[in-house]
Design a protein around this ligand. Structure first.
Ligand code: NAD
Length: 328
């Protein structure tokens, strides 16, 4: 066994965390020889629920689970952390406007950024899941000035997985045959799931599917609105698939990306070659060197159609950023 790494998860009493925590420490992400010291954080009124989660984690008797610590304090939550998965966020309350939610959650991501800057390990990597995840990630990043910007990412992997499943179903192939799926922009209904650069069995997806109208309309809308469709059908928001996407995101970061392929993550737009303004956390095609670093893939071709889609999601992210300007 290697020496333990420390992984922090916030929102530990929530439904995504319940789908995430057990698989995070069972060896399937960091390896069967990698012990994990887990720190789970909740807000004070729900921290007692974490006692139950901790008991269940212990009862799994995972050989890779080193210790479990529970806390309601940001500095303790990130102390010595190598990975911080920021899942916790408050849902929109009755009568609350989108801007109120942005500001309320933004303040907690500011505080978490401060705490990460102060107490996390030098090699900390942060994944923001709590919505609006791109802008929350931007806020946390701005308040952790000593942490290199490329350590921060937000989750667009669930959108990528949804897009891959739709393309595979339409083409009548297995999901494993679908590669090079990027989600550009915001994790919201303005995202652009890029079918033009996606590949099925190594060939361009539009050639294999042969139905541009389905791709431009049904496909994009299905992926953009999948979260709402799940709420309508299940009565509650996606949880197991979201947790699975967080695991995929981390797994993609710690394993070298296959030659020629990419995955989707939202990362800093600073210096990007695609004309997206600097200063945003933006979904791009990404690769990993296998050491945890996520970097942007350059040279992906964008048609005028795609550029139009990017403009829409860029405008939304600029609007979110201006709504939280006092927190940046
Ligand atoms: P949930 O309401 O079941 O759980 C959220 C938990 O976070 C609650 O227990 C709450 O007390 C806790 N929390 C709130 N603020 C916190 C803070 N500052 N520190 C620690 N804990 C805090 O929600 P859920 O279904 O588990 O979803 C969690 C978040 O993930 C939501 O914001 C949701 O919108 C988001 N989400 C994102 C994606 C994505 O693809 N990016 C997918 C699914 C869910």
């Amino acid at each position: 066994m290697k020496s333990p790494i420390t992984v922090s998860v916030t929102g530990g009493a929530g439904q995504v965390a319940y789908g995430l925590l057990f698989r995070l420490v069972n060896g399937e992400v960091f390896g069967a020889d990698q012990p994990v010291s887990l720190i789970i954080k909740e807000v004070p009124q729900f921290v007692s629920k974490l006692e139950g989660v901790k008991m269940e984690l212990e009862d799994c008797a995972f050989p890779t689970l080193h210790t479990v610590t529970i806390t309601d304090n940001d500095e303790d939550a990130f102390r010595g952390a190598n990975w911080a998965l920021l899942v916790g966020a408050a849902p929109r309350g009755p009568g609350m406007e989108r801007k109120d939610l942005l500001t309320m959650n933004g303040a907690s991501f500011r505080d978490q950024g401060h705490a990460i800057n102060k107490t996390a390990a030098d090699d900390i990597r942060i994944v923001v899941v709590g919505n609006p995840c791109n802008t929350n990630c931007l806020i946390a990043m701005r308040h952790a000035p000593d942490v290199p910007r490329d350590r921060f990412s937000a989750l667009t992997r669930l959108d990528q997985n949804r897009a891959m499943a739709q393309l595979a179903q339409k083409a009548g192939v297995q999901v494993a045959d679908v590669t090079n799926v990027a989600i550009w922009g915001n994790h919201s209904s303005t995202q652009y799931p890029d079918f033009e650069n996606a590949r099925i069995g190594g060939k361009p997806a539009p050639d294999v599917i042969g139905d541009r109208s389905w791709l431009e309309n049904t496909f994009i809308e299905t992926v953009q609105k999948r979260g709402a469709a799940i709420i309508a059908a299940r009565g509650t928001s996606s949880a197991a698939s979201a947790a699975n996407a967080v695991l995929d995101h981390v797994r993609s970061a710690v394993n070298k990306t296959k030659s020629g392929d990419w995955f989707s993550a939202a990362i800093s737009s600073d210096g990007n070659p695609y004309g997206v303004p600097d200063g945003l956390i933006y979904g791009f095609p990404c690769r990993s060197d296998g050491k945890g670093d996520i970097s942007l893939v350059e040279g992906v071709e964008l048609t005028d159609y795609a550029k139009g889609k990017l403009d829409i999601t860029t405008q939304e992210l600029l609007g979110e950023r201006s709504d939280v300007s006092e927190l940046l």
